[in-house]
Write a protein that binds this ligand. Structure first.
Ligand code: PMP
Length: 426
């Protein structure tokens, strides 16, 4: 009997815990660049990009070739037992890309959460302090410490009891929802006054553009004021670029557009084009704060993932993908603004580079999120052959994460489908 999405869903329900949610009731079988085929042979345009993992598309031939070649040589030794060159070469290349005119070192691990965990460990060891300031609506992962840093606790931390301590919550500036840069700075001052003195704070961690929280970019002047505050008190600034990094926002790292540099930068997702790889890059003096053996892991920076990431970085050069990220982002924003002109339920179209989103309100009121219409649009788009993803604390934001390598015709068709969905549903 041929497999169907429904039959696989039944097996999944019995075999996989429900906590591993599933947004689309589809089982993917194969994919190429911006196209995915399910087990029933249906074809979809992928505007979800594996949650920002596929900036270079599914199975980019250059990434596939690099992985195949690596597989003929070495798949694993554990870098901490027998080292290998691709790890070192990748660290050199990442350090050259991360903003900051200082000596840098890079640690490789496997997931975004693990990268953030390690950034906090490094900041704590480097400063001898425990506190970390994180922001409202932030998303940093699903391990215990990163859950603690994450702003939205339901469903991520619900029912799990005490989370690791030392985390203090400041407001992320969000003009649309009435939080000014001054308000956000004042919320940090309140932490200093009531909860923890600056000398007890190791780091402030921030996403330059909040990802899961709803694609809100931090204003440049906020970043500058954060940097000054960190300098004043000897606090490290951690930029979590897990979702914004690897070219999504039109620069290789989003912080390049913020006019300040972070002390530690985390990256993951698109860096290895679909292979599990993440890391922390930062000032060498901080990165060296932990004694030999205190960092790393069995699969951390596997040769195969490193080969994939080195290929991804070459693809960016060869295909001029940073410029493409800007251009694709402009095309998407222009198309979505046209839909907005017809359908005022779209309260805002926003984005940095190709990290673009629309936010849906009721009655033009930003305080009345329209999650219902978002889920209807996501379902209707899927029926029409387009995979979309929502985000935002109230699930009322639709994010567009096209592969930067998307062919023009597919980009156009995907945007047409979004317009059709609003014509039919709004
Ligand atoms: N930080 C940010 C900014 C993220 O967007 C994510 C994933 N959505 C993570 C950390 C966690 O990454 P992972 O799911 O690979 O653990």
């Amino acid at each position: 009997m041929s497999k169907t999405n429904q039959s696989l869903m039944q097996r999944r329900m019995a075999a996989v815990p429900r906590g591993v949610g599933q947004i689309h009731p589809i089982f993917a079988e194969r994919a190429e660049n911006a196209t995915v085929w399910d087990v029933e042979g249906r074809e979809y345009i992928d505007f979800a990009g594996g949650i920002a993992v596929l900036n270079t598309g599914h199975l980019h031939p250059k990434v596939v070739a690099a992985v195949q070649e690596q597989l003929t040589k070495l798949s694993h030794t554990c870098f901490q037992v027998l080292a290998y060159e691709p790890y070192v070469e990748l660290c050199e290349k990442i350090a050259a890309r991360v903003p900051g005119e200082f000596a840098k070192k890079t640690l490789l691990v496997t997931s975004g959460s693990e990268a953030v965990e390690n950034a906090v460990k490094i900041a704590r060891a480097a400063t001898g302090r425990a506190g970390v300031i994180a922001f409202t609506s932030a998303y940093h992962g699903r391990t215990m410490m990163t859950l603690s840093l994450t702003g939205k606790q339901v469903p991520y931390a619900a029912g799990m009891g005490l989370m690791p301590g030392g985390v203090f919550r400041a407001q992320y500036p969000n003009a649309l929802h009435g939080v000014s840069v001054d308000d956000a700075m004042a919320s940090i001052e309140r932490i200093f006054k009531n909860d923890a003195e600056p000398r007890d704070i190791a780091a402030i961690i921030i996403e330059p553009v909040q990802g899961e929280g709803g694609f809100y970019a931090a204003p440049k002047d906020f970043m500058q004021r954060l940097r000054a505050l960190c300098d004043q008190h000897g606090i490290l600034l951690i930029a979590d670029e897990v979702q914004t990094g690897a070219g999504r926002t039109g620069s290789f790292f989003a912080m390049e557009q913020m006019g300040v540099v972070a002390d530690l930068t985390t990256f993951a997702k698109s860096i290895a084009g679909g292979f599990p790889l993440s890391g922390v890059c930062g000032k060498a003096e901080y990165m060296d704060a932990i004694a030999p053996g205190g960092l790393g892991g069995t699969y951390a920076g596997s040769p195969i993932a490193c080969a994939a990431a080195l290929a991804v970085m070459e693809v960016f050069e060869e295909e001029n993908l940073l410029a493409r990220s800007q251009a694709v982002g402009e095309t998407i924003k222009a198309a979505l603004r046209e839909v907005q002109n017809k359908h005022p339920v779209i309260g805002e179209v926003r984005g940095l580079g190709a990290m673009v989103a629309i936010e849906l309100f009721k009655d033009g009121d930003p305080h009345q999120p329209n999650a219902e219409l978002v889920s209807q649009v996501v379902v209707r788009a899927r029926e029409k052959g387009l995979i979309l993803l929502s985000c935002g604390s109230y699930y009322n934001v639709i994010r567009v994460l096209v592969p930067l390598t998307v062919p023009d015709a597919q980009l156009k068709r995907g945007l047409e489908i979004i317009a059709e969905c609003f014509d039919e549903l709004a």
